[in-house]
Design a protein around this ligand. Structure first.
Ligand SMILES: [Zn+2]
Ligand SMILES: [Zn+2]
Length: 436
């Protein structure tokens, strides 16, 4: 069911609704009252709530099936804290604002209600338009000092907002808009609550005293020195760390990247599998040309060896139907990113159909790579809670040093097309070694 519709009303939630002489149909005094009415909404205008009850109301909306809708504060009576609101507008502006969002949504496929937090965050930004961002909120009592509140409000049970944001950023689905701060973190527990202590450079004691104009003396080891060294003590776990052991985090406003936008729009198998096109991806024509070049190089220099690997997602259509385009995109995107770690800069990938992947790896053997790819996929499938098992067919060919070329039976010439056809059309999964 489509969550947005420009035909639905802008619902007014006003703490004073019951005091009004003439209460409109779409006006409610509380979230419960709205729920009991059975009404629908294309957005919410919130008025006259205290900061605390407003936060609770916004949390209730973000946890409900209306989670992606705009929540707008009244421009005439702005609340004390409007960090969690989409905008402060007059009511006619609020109507136009939520209609724009509804229209943006109506152009898109999907929008199911059982999304994971990663999907929700991307979707949430997408429907808010190209300038939408996630803003870090400074909370000095929080473990990491900065929080992405929208993500926390959207998180379901067992979902970690900070980790999800990190993952989306690492996988290129979110990008930085501007850098606001850099926090320092305890290497033992990750807390950002550190304070600086000067210690003796010889014995690390904090019991040091200024000694005249020259410098300091350590009361523990009696060492005299010009300058102590800085240690960072964690207020959460008590560990002392040297400055170079401390880790740093860049705190930025985040927006959807081009890749993130594609993920949200993914409406068909083509778009879901486009996630596989990572930095090592080249178009199939270039891939074939490189393969031809490696074959001719191998013919002249027998010690030049390489391998070709073919990976086919056999039941991709079934998986797609089961989990939806966006979940599939997110899983494949993570796979493509992890694949980068397995590949060298001289390796290439391409796709000749939506649901296959080719790897060309000069001076390396496919042995081990297949097993690692399988293990990687197993891990991701569990992490993404995809129950329908992927059937993956991996075949590889090592073109190694040895005797004269023994061409595949089907072809007269050792060219890229012949090799790729032969490898992808083997009747059963099988690893081949071609000794040239
Ligand atoms: Zn000392
Ligand atoms: Zn710590």
């Amino acid at each position: 069911m489509n969550m947005f519709s420009s035909l639905r009303p802008l619902v007014v939630l006003s703490a004073r609704a019951n005091d009004l002489p003439l209460k409109e149909d779409d006006c409610f005094a509380s979230w419960d009252e709205f729920l009991q009415s059975g009404s629908e909404a294309r957005g919410f205008l919130v008025e006259d709530f205290t900061a605390e009850s407003l936060a609770a109301l916004i949390y209730a909306i973000r946890q409900s099936r209306w989670w992606a809708l705009p929540i707008i504060g009244s421009k005439d009576a702005p609340p004390d804290d409007f960090f969690l609101l989409d905008a402060l507008l007059a009511s006619d502006e609020a109507r136009a604002f939520s209609t724009d969002m509804a229209v943006r949504h109506e152009e898109m496929p999907g929008g199911g209600e059982s999304m994971g937090l990663d999907e929700k965050i991307l979707y949430f930004l997408y429907v808010r338009g190209p300038r939408a961002t996630l803003k870090p909120f400074l909370d000095r009592d929080s473990f990491r000092l900065y929080r992405y509140l929208v993500a926390e409000y959207l998180a379901g049970e067992g979902e970690d907002a900070a980790q999800t944001i990190d993952r989306l950023y690492q996988h290129g689905l979110l990008e930085r808009v501007d850098l606001l701060d850099r926090t320092q973190h305890c290497p033992a527990c990750g807390s950002a609550h550190l304070h600086v202590l000067m210690v003796c450079p010889r014995c690390d004691s904090i019991d040091i005293h200024r000694d005249g104009m020259e410098g300091f003396t350590c009361a523990s080891c009696h060492h005299s020195f010009g300058q102590g060294i800085a240690h960072l003590r964690c207020l959460d776990c008590g560990q002392d760390s040297a400055a170079e052991q401390v880790t740093h985090r860049d705190i930025s406003t985040l927006a959807l990247s081009r890749r993130g936008r594609t993920a949200v729009r993914a409406g068909e198998i083509r778009e879901s599998f486009a996630a596989l096109d990572n930095e090592r991806y080249v178009d199939p024509t270039f891939f074939r040309r490189m393969l031809d070049w490696m074959l001719s190089l191998h013919a002249r220099h027998q010690d030049f060896h390489f391998s070709l690997l073919y990976m086919n997602f056999v039941n991709a259509e079934t998986i797609l139907a089961r989990v939806g385009e966006r979940r599939l995109y997110l899983l494949l995107n993570e796979f493509a990113n992890s694949l980068l770690d397995l590949l060298r800069t001289s390796d290439f990938t391409t796709r000749t159909q939506e649901q296959n992947l080719w790897l060309l790896m000069p001076l390396s053997a496919a042995e081990g790579v297949s097993a690692r790819l399988m293990a990687l996929f197993e891990r991701l499938q569990t992490a993404h809670k995809i129950e329908e098992r992927f059937e993956i067919d991996i075949r590889s060919l090592d073109v190694t040093e040895g005797a004269a070329l023994d061409l595949p039976a089907a072809s007269q010439e050792a060219d890229a097309d012949a090799l790729m056809t032969s490898l992808s059309s083997l009747s059963r999964p099988e690893n081949r070694e071609w000794r040239g």
